[in-house]
Write a protein that binds this ligand. Structure first.
Ligand SMILES: [Fe+2]
Ligand SMILES: [Fe+2]
Length: 146
């Protein structure tokens, strides 16, 4: 089943993006200092906890719905120093993730007929994750004053 194999590959790249995003948010959260830092740190850690949920969703799809093997690799991570740079680098990461998840969504849609017992679950989970990432875009944009 070509579609399933393609989806496993793409979802594995997705889980690698999630691992890296979570690590990056948690490391960046420790760099935020100053009088307004508490709320910002809280926000970054909250986003990191969403990324953890996404990892779990991807793992479930890969292993239980598509009979695939779950990646343990990481995508590239990007360091940043100033608060502004931290928000910018993560905002870019969120947008890149959304672009890629929409490609996965499209792939699943194209393969719908071959996914008789999986499609709606895959579609639902991907939609949920994309909506969360869009929320992260809004939150980071607000922190940047955009
Ligand atoms: Fe995510
Ligand atoms: Fe995110």
């Amino acid at each position: 089943m070509a579609v399933k194999e393609d989806l496993v590959k793409m979802l594995n790249r997705g889980i690698e993006l999630e691992y890296s995003a979570r690590i990056q948010y948690l490391a960046h959260a420790e760099k935020i200092k100053g009088p307004y830092s508490e709320k910002i740190v809280e926000r970054l850690k909250e986003i990191a906890s969403d990324e953890l949920k996404h990892e779990e969703m991807f793992r479930n799809l890969i292993a239980n719905y598509l009979n695939g093997s779950v990646s343990m690799k990481l995508e590239a991570v990007h360091d940043a120093t100033s608060d502004k740079e931290i928000f910018e680098v993560n905002l870019k990461g969120e947008k890149d993730a959304i672009d890629f998840y929409k490609q996965i969504y499209q792939k699943a849609l194209e393969g719908k007929k071959e996914l008789q017992y999986e499609y709606e679950t895959i579609e639902h989970e991907l939609r949920h994750i994309i909506i969360d990432e869009q929320e992260h875009v809004v939150e980071l944009s607000l922190l940047l004053g955009l």
